[in-house]
Design a protein around this ligand. Structure first.
Ligand code: 5GP
Ligand code: ZN
Length: 106
């Protein structure tokens, strides 16, 4: 997906403040944070939204969910945090590469 901004971040073509990376997942700070801490957790593989996932995405979806509390705690959100997955135009999605928002105030 050459015109996808998050694929470009995965490829290193545009910069991001990365906080975690493995073979399947990349996590970076949101460029317009809505709270003290605002992370975006994405699969490295391009998938447009949650509505475009199938059984083949089960493993990476679970990886994203299990990383959320771990990374939140590492960023000072031990007391709790919010998660959001905006899906589709009606769900307020603006970047059409699946991402999990993890955010909160310290
Ligand atoms: P959505 O509304 O699609 O759920 O959220 C997209 C999020 O991506 C927004 O919170 C927006 O600030 C963030 N975002 C958009 N472009 C960039 C970018 O180039 N770099 C980073 N780090 N975040 C971005
Ligand atoms: Zn993409």
């Amino acid at each position: 997906m050459t015109d996808c901004i998050f694929c470009k971040i995965v490829a290193g073509d545009i910069p991001a403040r990365k906080v975690y990376e493995d073979d399947d997942v990349l996590v970076f700070h949101d460029i317009k944070p809505a709270a003290d801490v605002h992370l975006l957790l994405i699969p490295k593989v391009h998938v447009e939204s949650l509505a475009h996932c199938d059984d083949g995405h089960a493993q990476v979806l679970s990886r994203l969910m299990l990383l959320a509390p771990k990374l939140a705690a590492e960023h000072g959100l031990e007391k709790g945090f919010k998660t959001a997955i905006n899906t589709g135009v009606g769900g307020g999605q603006e970047v059409f590469h699946l991402h999990v928002h993890v955010y909160g105030n310290r």
